[in-house]
Design a protein around this ligand. Structure first.
Ligand SMILES: Nc1ncnc2c1ncn2[C@@H]1O[C@H](COP(=O)(O)OP(=O)(O)OP(=O)(O)O)[C@@H](O)[C@H]1O
Ligand SMILES: [Mg+2]
Length: 137
């Protein structure tokens, strides 16, 4: 995806489309996955100066996986926040709502990823909704 103010919205729309139309999942997990996609795609835009970010989604019988790639090797962190703070909560949401998350350092950047478990019986086979990954900068 091109990196800019609309990237998080585009990521949400792509994620919803992949889950509903491509994978044929119901509404289960859609809001949670879209929220978390939005947070990590937004982070890739805001915190890295990327010209493009990559979004890759995959599904197996028990979970949905989302990976967002950017060209920075700086890692996301959980910030301490207080009640009235208006930022610093994106990774807190990821940490609380995803079943697993992490960041994989790569030679020219990193990939931040999370998994959300599907309700039992909610999945299909192994499928991937891969979108082109950025080549850098
Ligand atoms: N993709 C990333 N690349 C580099 N640093 C990141 C990335 N994502 C997050 N960070 C770092 O981790 C911090 C915490 O991210 P988090 O999403 O929780 O808060 P935020 O983006 O600062 O605020 P909010 O998401 O609430 O608007 C960020 O302030 C930033 O320093
Ligand atoms: Mg954030």
């Amino acid at each position: 995806m091109p990196s800019g103010p609309l990237s998080a919205r585009l990521a949400r729309r792509l994620a919803r489309w992949v889950m509903a139309d491509y994978w044929g999942l119901g509404e289960c997990l859609a809001d949670t996955v879209c929220l978390l996609v939005s947070e990590i795609a937004g982070n890739a835009v805001r915190h890295t100066g990327a010209r493009a970010v990559g979004l890759r989604m995959s599904q197996c019988s028990s979970w949905i996986g989302v990976r967002v790639r950017d060209p920075s090797r700086a890692l996301p962190c959980l910030l301490p926040t207080r009640g009235m703070d208006i930022s610093g909560r994106g990774m807190f949401l990821v940490d609380n709502l995803a079943d697993r998350w992490g960041a994989d350092i790569e030679p020219c950047g990193k990939t931040v990823w999370f998994h959300c478990a599907l309700p039992s019986g909610g999945g299909g086979g192994n499928r991937s909704g891969a979108l082109p990954m950025p080549t850098g900068g």
